[in-house]
Design a binder for this molecule. Sequence first.
Ligand SMILES: [Zn+2]
Length: 61
Amino acid sequence: MKAEHRETCIICEQSKAEGINIYASFICADCEEEIVGTDVQDVKYPFFIRQLKNIWLKQDA
Ligand SMILES: [Zn+2]
């Protein structure tokens, strides 16, 4: 039996097993790849930035 550790991604809010931890937050591998591959001109970019800002806001809590 394989114990799978899952965390909730702050971008897509899905529970994923693979990803990276930034401070106390988690970004899944899919979203990480998407952010890295997203151009600043992309319409999704402001959304990613807004979600990422939540990470830093949490640090003050
Ligand atoms: Zn995600």
